[in-house]
Design a protein around this ligand. Structure first.
Ligand code: CP
Ligand code: NVA
Length: 303
């Protein structure tokens, strides 16, 4: 059966732990110049309906390092951008390629693509989820803290695709997560209810960033206006006042806390210059780990 990587809830904690372990192994191999052509001769199509720096580069470099080849497909320059049905594109691409990565808007688009695809489909970000990013974040947490169990995770900002994926992660991996989101910018209700129903983690929400961050080990934030919400920038700047991860807010966290940001960052909005450049920040390792964890995801699904 073809397995897709559309959301974390499609996998068990054991399966995701195995991908994290493989990512650590592949990272070592890459650093030591040990060949690891697990996907020799395989091809990954990478469809982008939104902009990207990290996702595009890390997938393209990653498939190459695994001995395969990546193709960049912009929806604007393909027939998908001219209205060719998703289900037709999916069946055609599966005849050429061994895997497909998609970055798009609605989660239903990747779901439909996967339904018609005979090859694995990987979610490279939708409005609802960003599962590859949270896996890279967890790899970074494991490197920095030796594991994720028993840690307190905090989310400060928009209840967006990143926040939704953290909620799934907390429920699957069983760690506590405190979110601070302004009223009207809460995470997805279905994701929230699903996570609470698992009964595996304490997941709370408040409008007070300091309460969420208090004694946290891992603090995570993201832009106030995600891709596709550019027209709401001004209104969101107003709504998110007080939601900047700055030195003052960080003082409430544990002294050895780490700060994550998926990037791109807006300094002076969701994060201060001093925090992103400061000693708690692990954002560059986090960005690097996109490469390693995605290699592990591709190797697991496409081999
Ligand atoms: N974090 C992330 O997904 O970055 P890009 O938008 O640059 O791919
Ligand atoms: N929430 C952001 C993440 C970018 C990687 C967005 O969707 O634009």
């Amino acid at each position: 059966m073809t397995r897709h990587f559309l959301a974390l809830h499609d996998f068990t904690r054991q399966e995701l732990d195995a991908m994290l372990a493989l990512a650590a192994d592949l990272k070592q191999k890459q650093k030591n110049g040990v060949e690891h052509h697990l996907l020799k001769g395989k091809t990954l199509a990478m469809i982008f309906e939104k902009a990207s720096t990290r996702t595009r580069i890390s997938f393209e470099v990653g498939i190459y390092q695994l001995g395969g080849h990546g193709l960049f497909i912009s929806s604007a320059n393909s027939q998908m951008g001219r209205g060719e049905p998703i289900k037709d594109s999916a069946r055609v691409m599966a005849r050429y390629c061994d895997g497909v990565m998609i970055r798009t808007f609605g989660q239903e688009i990747v779901d439909e693509f996967a339904r018609y695809s005979d090859v694995p489909v990987i979610n490279g970000l939708t409005d609802l989820f960003h599962p590859c990013q949270i896996m890279a974040d967890l790899q970074t947490v494991i490197e920095q803290k030796g594991g994720y169990q028993g840690l307190k995770f905090a989310w400060v900002g928009d209840g967006n695709n990143m926040a939704n994926t953290w909620i799934e992660a907390a429920a699957i991996f069983g760690f506590d997560l405190a979110l601070a989101c302004p009223q009207g910018y809460e995470p997805d209700r279905h994701v929230w209810e699903w996570a609470q129903k698992q009964g595996t983690a304490t997941i709370s929400i408040t409008e007070d960033p300091e309460e969420a961050v208090r004694d946290a080990d891992v603090i995570n934030t993201d832009v106030w206006a995600s891709m596709g919400q550019e027209s709401e920038q001004k209104q969101r700047e107003f709504a998110f006042q007080g939601y900047c991860v700055n030195d003052e807010l960080l003082a409430a966290a544990r002294p050895d806390s780490i700060v994550l940001h998926c990037l791109p960052a807006h300094r002076g909005e969701e994060i201060s210059e001093s925090v992103i450049e400061g000693k708690h920040s692990v954002v560059w390792d986090e960005a690097e780990n996109r490469l390693h964890i995605q290699k592990a995801i591709m190797a697991t699904l496409m081999k």
